[in-house]
Structures are given as C-alpha cells and as structure tokens.
Design a binder for this molecule. Structure first.
Ligand code: NDP
Ligand code: MG
Ligand code: MG
Length: 339
C-alpha cells in the first residue's frame, strides 16, 4: 500500500518562512504561484524577457522578475516551464544564479530522471506533482478543495527535504485531497506510460478509430461524433465516481454485455504487448531521447504530427456540433479552439 500524507502531516510554517521563485507562469506555474501566495507564502515569479505571461502574473498581483533575478531570491526554485526547455533554462539562467543550498522543486520528474538536469550536491531536489491540469489545481484550491499530489525527494541535501516538500504540497492545496509518496523514477515512467498508452495516446486513437469505422461504414459523422466522442465524458465521470463497476451498473444490460464480449476483441492481447513495448521505450530513455532530439531540431516531427491530428475529420465535426449546444459553454475559457 502506498504511503499517504494528509493536512496534519505538514507544517505550513516551513514554506511560509521561505521565498519561493516560480519559474514559468503557464498551466502549473499560475496555479502554484497563486495558491502559494494565498497560503501566505512569499512568491516571486521568474519569466523570460518579452514573455506573454508577464501581464497575466502582474494582473494577478504577483511580483514578476527576470528568471535570473527571481532565482537569486529563491530559497526554493520551482521549475514550471515546459519540460523540453528546462535543461537549457537550468544551465543558462537558473544554475548560475542559485543561492547556496536552495531547493529545486519540479512538478514532473522528466529532466531529473533522464539526466537532462544534474543539480549540484548541495541542493534538495524535490517534487510535488499535482495529478490534474494546472487550471483545476487553481479552481479546486479556490473552492476550498485540492487536487491530489505525488510527492518525492530525489536528493535530501539539507536533511529537511521531507518537511519542505510536504509543506509546499499543503500550501498549494494538495494535502486537502492527499499526497502519495513516490520516487522521481516511478512518477516519470508511470506518468509517461499513462499519457501515452491510455489517457492521451490510447484514448485519442480509440476515439478517432471508432469515428473512422462508423463514417467509412456510411453513418453520419455527427452520429459518429456523439457515439464515440461526446459520450466519453459521461462514461468517464461514472468511472471516476465509482469505478468501472459503477459505469457498468449505470448503463443498460445490453451495453454491459457488449462491454464484456467485445471489449476484449478490440483491446486484445496484442494491445498489451504493444503497451509493454511502449513502456520499455519509456524505461530505457528511447522516448525521452526522441522527444528531446526532435525539440532540439525545432520540433519538426512534433509539428507535423500535431498538424495531422488537427486535420482529422472528427475535429471539424466536433467543433460544429459543440457550437450548437449549450454544454459547449462549459469549456475552459482559457482555451481557444483552433489556437
Ligand atoms: P506550460 O507550457 O503551461 O508553461 C508555460 C510557461 O513557461 C509560460 O509562462 C511560458 O512563458 C514559460 N516558458 C516557456 N518557455 C520558457 C523559457 N524558455 N524560459 C522561461 N519561461 C518559459 O507548462 P506546464 O504548466 O504544462 O508544465 C510545467 C511543468 O509541470 C512540466 O514539468 C510538466 O510536466 C508539469 N506538469 C504539468 C501539468 C499540467 O497540468 N500541464 C500536470 C502535472 C505536471 P512565455 O509566456 O514566456 O512563453
Ligand atoms: Mg505528463
Ligand atoms: Mg449508445
């Protein structure tokens, strides 16, 4: 059983006694910075020159400085720029300005686990990884709740890394929901596996393939969209509430029986073998290298694949259908379709 932490396991005073430099003000950055500030922590946001994020952070009442100046002030430096820029950012702007003994905090273990960032021995290297998008982390905090977090310590230079990581997790609201103790390796590899095999890669391809099969068989694209995409959220909500069993309980007996007899035909043993191959590429660094090499070359493969995904016919049908129905108003206003 995983070791878990709750509100009583952490002392907010630990993080309140420090200056926290949050580098990056995107999905996670804005949520961490604002939740920390609202928990009485001294926060300075570090952004590059000309950054689009400066205005947003300043409007929210935060102090914004250059990355270098923010790092110089930080007892804790939180690296919340995209994973693919962190290594260069660290080498050029963070490392030369770190205070002796400053703690380095991440929300994902990619750069530490695969060795793209190698901090000196006098820094605590810790992680608080919310198990949800940054906008949810902020929204839940404002509603008095929290998103569960993963917590880990890779390097405990101070001997005080655990009280620090737990205090930080509490300040962003994570302990209201609960924290699970893990390691950088486990967090990184399971996170990549989850998003590639199931949550993002597996799910996107499952929906697209289902859509293609129906449309190629002559059914209306709008019908296909409703059946294989729109209803997904309703099913996932039930699974979230009460597991796969609740979903099966709620749908018709016809659907439940079809689930048992046809699910294993679609996701057969070969899919499990493919998942193992993907896991192996994650474990041995093959995926990380492919991603980072492509990014270093200006992301040609990434851009090509993104354009192909956006051009899939389900996107146009979905956009049209969502604009016709009232539930389309529930979408997150921070995201503009087609941007
Ligand atoms: P975002 O893409 O949302 O971060 C963008 C921010 O980083 C912007 O403020 C951007 O500023 C800044 N930035 C981009 N490039 C640079 C640069 N070269 N130098 C300085 N600042 C830069 O990142 P996420 O919040 O998605 O991810 C941050 C970390 O959190 C990652 O490690 C990720 O794996 C992890 N994580 C993310 C989750 C999520 O919900 N998205 C969930 C859990 C973990 P500018 O305006 O200048 O472009
Ligand atoms: Mg991830
Ligand atoms: Mg149906």
């Amino acid at each position: 059983m995983a070791e878990m932490f709750h509100e009583d396991d952490a002392d907010l005073a630990v993080i309140q006694s420090k200056t926290v430099a949050v580098i990056g003000y995107g999905s996670q950055g804005h949520a961490h910075a604002l939740n920390l500030r609202d928990s009485g922590v001294n926060v300075v946001v570090g952004l590059r020159e000309g950054s689009k994020s400066v205005a947003k952070a300043e409007e929210a009442g935060l102090t914004v400085k250059s990355v270098e100046d923010a790092v110089k002030e930080g007892d804790v430096v939180v690296i919340l720029a995209p994973d693919q820029v962190q290594a260069t950012l660290y080498k050029e702007q963070i490392e030369p300005n770190l205070r002796p003994g400053a703690a380095l905090l991440f929300a994902h273990g990619f750069n530490i686990h695969y060795g793209y960032i190698k901090p000196a021995a006098d820094h605590d290297v810790i992680m608080v990884a919310p198990k949800g998008p940054g906008h949810t982390v902020r929204r839940e905090f404002e509603a008095g709740r929290g998103v569960p977090v993963l917590v880990c310590v890779e390097q405990d230079a101070s001997g005080q890394a655990w009280p620090l990581v737990l205090s930080y997790a509490k300040a962003i609201g994570g302990l209201r929901a609960g924290a699970i103790k893990t390691t950088f390796r486990e967090e990184t590899e399971t996170d990549l596996f989850g998003e590639q095999d199931v949550l993002c890669g597996g799910l996107s391809k499952l929906i697209q393939t289902g859509f293609e099969v129906l449309v190629e068989a002559g059914y209306q694209p709008e019908m296909a969209y409703f059946e294989v995409c729109h209803e997904m959220k309703l099913i996932v909500d039930l699974i979230n509430e009460g597991g796969i069993s609740k979903q099966r309980w709620s749908c018709s007996d016809t659907a439940e029986y079809g689930d048992y007899v046809s699910g294993p035909r679609v996701i057969g043993p070969e899919v499990k073998e493919h998942m193992k191959e993907v896991l192996k590429d994650i474990q041995d660094g093959t995926f990380a290298k492919r991603f980072m090499d492509d990014q270093a070359a200006g992301a040609p493969e990434f851009k090509k694949l993104r354009a192909e995904g956006e051009a899939h016919p389900i996107e146009a049908v979905g956009k049209q259908i969502r604009s016709l129905f009232s539930w389309s108003e529930e979408v997150d206003k921070d995201y503009t379709e087609g941007s």
